[in-house]
Design a protein around this ligand. Structure first.
Ligand code: ADP
Ligand code: MG
Length: 535
């Protein structure tokens, strides 16, 4: 029989567990956020990461910092996945998403400590998110051509130097526009734009060209290095005699059998090459190997061949030429072929490259230049981000102010909105509004300014000028209309950061919620425990 006293102790323990579980979860989030907060903005610090084996990497990219932290905590891992989603969806805003998540949790915990049930915070946060998404939509405007370049430049701030930022932003925007013109789909995949790096020259020598370029030489130097239009076959396999499977063996029972076996294999290979020639192939692109016998057979039928072509390239070429990718030479017909307009081999910085123009989409390649391998790598990473942002922009050119302006505007609007909510969710919406200010605060602090003072200044400036675009430009540490300073961001980046951070915070709050399930949501619970906690 359990006494009343026992029952009380049991209940308290349950409550305590809930509280501790949530606290520990939030702590994990905060520890991570601290690590990335100081990297936010163009003046954010770089982090030096040192791996287990002593490799050093310097970065100010939120995701890179998080991934390198190799954290095991489930909440921390969830945060990492939030930032990864942000990276995939918007190609930017990963640091902001983490900082926002942590602040949402911190503010929630404050109210929980004062007796508000987590489920109230969860529903209030949902209301706030819905409202915030409407607000950013209404503050956004459509970007001019000039703005577009500037948006891409903003996304690269703090990552590479000014000259590189300009060159890469121009290139990315140009490539994204071409991709849009040529695409019959609504969604443009940044991966449709081929990138290659060439060591030598300056970043400003980088260029976008039509056609798909690969660092490759044709298989047989006796075949021509230039072709004017023709038919192309893409083979996702190789041209080798079929290898014997591991457990197969041939039993030689009479003289000459091995020779006949080899002869038959050769004949089979000959048949496959003949089939390729018969459908009218001029250019053959092969995923795997092509053996010596096949090389001479292909030469005889006058087919130019490239082997060991990567799968990504196969797909790009297939789309540019309207060719299917065939797995086997059996059953191929003229329908399997695509057409190319030209093929040409060129030597750049004494490395052979081949350039194929497709007849359907032609394809395009961006050639990134840089003087050393490490600069090239940095430029390529920056371009990967730039092209992601640029492709997003040509699909939706809505933009918002950066420099903390949009978050201050959100905080102002959300506070107004909260007063219209009669229930306890009002407190959650207020907490959400306050969390928005973590972005301008971090931007100001990383520029050596006082976070609180700047928040108050921007808030007052926005309200008295009725201008949501006023924010902090950290380059001169003054408040400006962000569109005049070119500190502008895609709507999509901010939208995704809000959604990601809110979902992420909510799922942490719900982990605690499961443990609280037995309590009445409306009773202030561990109010009496206030002050007894370790902080
Ligand atoms: P994230 O991973 O979130 O993109 P960044 O380190 O790239 O983090 O910083 C992005 C933030 O920096 C955005 O809020 C953006 O508006 C802001 N930002 C960029 N340039 C400036 C600037 N010149 N002045 C103030 N804020 C800026
Ligand atoms: Mg960024």
């Amino acid at each position: 029989m359990v006494s009343r006293e026992h029952e009380r102790i049991l209940q308290d323990t349950e409550r305590e567990q809930g509280n501790t579980a949530l606290r520990n979860n939030v702590k994990a989030a905060l520890a991570l956020a601290d690590a990335v907060r100081s990297t936010l903005g163009p003046l954010g610090l770089d982090k030096m990461l040192i791996s287990d084996v002593g490799e050093v990497q310097v970065t100010n990219d939120g995701v890179t910092v998080l991934e390198a932290a190799k954290v095991e905590h489930p909440t921390a891992r969830m945060l990492i996945s939030t930032s990864t989603t942000q990276d995939v969806e918007a190609h930017d805003g990963t640091t902001s998403a983490i900082v926002l998540t942590a602040e949402l949790l911190l503010n929630a915990l404050d109210w929980i400590d004062r007796g508000i049930h987590p489920s109230v915070l969860v529903s209030g946060y949902r209301m706030a998110l819905e409202y915030a998404l409407d607000v950013i939509e209404s503050i956004s405007r459509s970007a001019s051509d000039e703005d577009l370049i500037q948006v891409v430049k903003t996304s690269l701030s703090g990552k590479v130097g000014e000259e590189t930022r300009s060159s890469l932003s121009l290139l990315a925007m140009e490539a994204a526009k071409v991709a849009l013109e040529r695409s019959n789909r609504e969604i443009i995949d940044p991966n449709d734009i081929k990138r290659i790096t060439i060591r030598g020259g300056r970043i400003s020598d980088s260029e976008r060209i039509d056609g798909i370029v690969m660092r490759k030489t044709r298989l047989d130097s006796q075949t021509p290095d230039k072709l004017n239009s023709g038919k192309i076959l893409i083979l996702d396999g190789g041209l080798d005699p079929k290898e014997l499977s591991i457990d197969a063996s041939i039993r030689i029972t009479e003289p000459g059998m091995l020779a006949r076996f080899i002869e038959r294999q050769k004949q089979e290979l000959q048949d496959r090459v003949q089939a390729i020639a018969d459908v009218g192939t001029d250019l053959l692109i092969v995923r795997d190997g092509v053996n010596d016998d096949a090389i001479s057979m292909l030469r005889e039928v006058g087919i130019v061949t490239y082997r060991r072509v990567e799968r990504d390239d196969l797909e790009l070429i297939s789309r540019a030429c309207g060719a299917s990718i065939v797995r086997d030479t059996r059953g191929i017909n003229s329908e399997s072929l695509g057409t190319f307009e030209s093929l040409k081999e060129e030597s750049w910085e004494s490395i052979d490259h081949v350039r194929i123009h497709g007849s359907v989409g032609s394809g395009q390649t961006v050639i990134i230049r840089g003087s050393t391998d490490s600069i090239l790598e940095e430029n390529q990473r920056a371009f990967d981000d730039a092209i992601g942002v640029a492709c997003g922009l040509v699909q939706d050119s809505s933009i918002l102010p950066g420099g903390g302006a949009i978050q201050i505007a959100l905080a102002r609007r959300l506070r107004d909105y909260s007063t219209s909510i009669p229930g306890r969710e009002q407190l959650a919406v207020e907490a959400y509004a306050a969390a928005m200010e973590s972005i301008p605060r971090a931007l100001a602090q990383n520029a050596g300014l006082d976070g609180l003072d700047r928040i108050l200044e921007i808030t007052a400036a926005q309200a008295s000028n009725d201008n949501d675009w006023l924010g902090l430009d950290v380059t001169d540490r003054q408040i400006h209309d962000m569109s005049e300073r070119g500190v502008i961001e895609p709507l999509r980046t901010t939208r995704q950061a809000l959604i990601g951070a809110t979902e992420s915070a909510i799922s942490v709050l719900r982990i605690g919620d499961i443990l609280w399930a037995k309590q009445d949501p409306q009773t202030p619970d561990w109010q009496s425990e206030l002050g007894q906690d370790e902080d």
